[in-house]
Design a protein around this ligand. Structure first.
Ligand SMILES: *Cc1c(COP(=O)(O)O)cnc(C)c1O
Length: 390
C-alpha cells in the first residue's frame, strides 16, 4: 500500500493529514478507500497480494494504524473495535499470576474489565492514587508486569507523572501503559516520556465527531507489537473498515480541533473559577490546579475536559445546573466537536461507591464538561445562564 513521502521531522498537523495514507495507486483517489470486503481473491494456490481474510488484513484499517502510530511517535499501531477491546488485548498478553498496578480513578469500564473479568482468570490488580508516584511504587510486587495510568483522570483531572512512573516501573521490569484518550498525541506523547504503550478510546477525540466506537494501542516495543498483532487476529476484536475510515477522516482535523477545545476550555475554566456560585473547578490548565506545573511539563496543552462543583456540591445543586444547560447536550462520552455536560455520579461513575467518591472530593453534584469547538462566547453564555438557575 502506498505511503506518503513525509519528511522525517514532519509536524503533527502534517502527520495527522498524511501519515499512513497516499493517493490510491489504482485510481488516484485522494481519500483512502473503504475496503468493505471480508475476503480476497488468490491468483493461484498460495499466490496472493498479501491479503487473505479481513480479520487479519484490511487496507483501510492498516492506514488508520499507520496514522495513529505516526501521531503517537510509535513504530506500531493496532486498532480494535473499542477502547475496551484494545485494553482487553493488552491484558491478554499477561498470564495467570501476573499483577497490574492501576490508577484508582481509572475509566469505569477499565476497572470493570480488570475486576469483574480478569481477576477470575488469575490476574491480580492493585488500585492506587497514581498522582502519588511513591504510592505506585509501594504497590509493586515481584509479579508486577504492568502499570496502568490514565492522565488526567476522569472526572477529577488528577495527573500521573509519566516519566517518573516509567523510570520506576522499568526498574522492576514492568511495562507502563498510558490511556491517552483525554490529551491525545496533539498535547501529550507518552512514548516520548518513557511509557511503553499508549492506549486510546478513538471513539473520543481522535475520531472527534461522535459517530463511531473504536480503540487503539501504539508501541515501539517490537516483541509486544508482535504479540498484540497475534492477539488482534486470534481474538478478533477488529474494527470495521467504515469505522476506520471515519476515524481517519477525524484525525485529519485533530490539530485544529484540539486547539479550539483547549482554548474554549481554558476560557470556561477561568469563568467558572471566579463565578460566585462555583465552589471548585478541576482543570489542569488553571494555575490553582495542584499539579499545574506537571501539566505544563509533560503536555503542551490542557485539553477540553473540565469538572466543577456548583453551590454546596449537593445533588440538588448539581441537578439544577445540569438541567438548565441549553447548548451543552446532556450526555455521556466526550471528545466530539459538540459540547456535552455529564453528571458523573449518576452516569459514568454510578458504580463507584458514594463514600469512595466523597473521600476523593468527588461531590454528589459534580458536573463534567466536554467542551466542544463551538464559538467560545456561546459556550460561556450557556454556562452563565445554567449557573443562574441556582
Ligand atoms: C471511553 C473511554 C474508554 C473506553 O473506550 P470505549 O471506546 O468506550 O470502549 C477508556 N478510557 C477512557 C479515558 C475513555 O474515555
Amino acid at each position: 500500500m502506498a505511503q506518503h513521502p513525509l519528511r522525517r521531522e514532519a509536524g503533527l498537523s502534517t502527520l495527522a493529514i498524511h501519515a499512513g495514507q497516499a493517493p490510491d495507486p489504482t485510481t488516484g483517489a485522494v481519500m483512502m478507500p473503504i475496503y468493505q470486503t471480508s475476503t480476497y481473491a488468490q491468483e493461484a494456490l498460495g499466490q496472493h497480494k498479501g491479503f487473505e481474510y479481513a480479520r487479519t488484513h484490511n487496507a483501510t484499517r492498516a492506514a488508520l494504524e499507520r496514522n495513529l502510530a505516526a501521531l503517537e511517535g510509535g513504530t506500531h499501531g493496532l486498532s480494535f473495535a473499542s477502547g475496551l477491546a484494545a485494553t482487553n488485548a493488552l491484558v491478554q498478553t499477561l498470564s495467570a499470576g501476573d499483577h497490574v498496578v492501576c490508577g484508582r480513578n481509572t475509566y469505569g469500564g477499565t476497572y470493570r474489565l480488570f475486576e469483574k473479568v480478569w481477576r477470575r482468570h488469575g490476574l491480580a490488580f492493585t488500585f492506587v492514587d497514581a498522582s502519588d508516584s511513591d504510592a505506585v511504587e509501594r504497590a509493586f510486587t515481584p509479579a508486577t508486569k504492568l502499570v496502568w495510568v490514565e492522565t488526567p483522570t476522569n472526572p477529577l483531572m488528577e495527573l500521573a507523572d509519566i516519566a517518573e512512573l516509567s523510570t520506576r516501573a522499568h526498574r522492576v521490569g514492568a511495562r507502563v501503559v498510558v490511556d491517552n484518550t483525554f490529551m491525545t498525541p496533539y498535547f501529550q506523547r507518552p512514548l516520548a516520556l518513557g511509557a511503553d504503550v499508549v492506549m486510546h478510546s478513538v471513539t473520543k477525540y481522535l475520531n472527534g465527531h461522535s459517530d463511531m466506537i473504536g480503540g487503539a494501542l501504539i508501541t515501539s516495543d517490537e516483541a509486544l507489537a508482535t504479540e498484540l498483532r497475534f492477539l488482534q487476529n486470534a481474538a478478533g476484536a477488529v474494527p470495521g473498515p467504515m469505522d476506520c475510515w471515519l476515524c481517519l477522516r477525524g484525525t485529519k482535523t485533530l490539530a485544529v480541533r484540539m486547539r479550539q477545545h483547549d482554548a474554549n476550555a481554558r476560557d470556561l475554566a477561568a469563568l467558572l473559577e471566579q463565578h460566585p456560585k462555583v465552589s471548585r473547578v478541576f482543570y489542569p490548565g488553571l494555575p490553582s490546579h495542584p499539579q499545574h506545573a506537571l501539566a505544563c511539563r509533560q503536555a503542551s496543552g490542557f485539553g477540553g475536559m473540565l469538572s466543577f462543583i456548583a453551590g454546596d456540591g449537593s445533588l440538588a445543586a448539581g441537578e439544577r445546573v445540569f438541567n438548565a444547560f441549553r447548548l451543552f447536550t446532556r450526555a455521556e462520552s466526550l471528545g466530539g466537536v459538540e459540547s456535552l455536560v455529564c453528571h458523573p455520579a449518576s452516569m459514568t461513575h454510578a458504580s463507584v461507591p458514594r463514600e469512595a467518591r466523597l473521600a476523593m472530593g468527588f461531590a454528589d453534584g459534580l458536573l463534567r464538561l466536554s467542551v466542544g469547538i463551538e464559538d467560545g462566547a456561546d459556550l460561556q453564555a450557556d454556562v452563565a445562564q445554567a449557573l443562574a438557575a441556582l
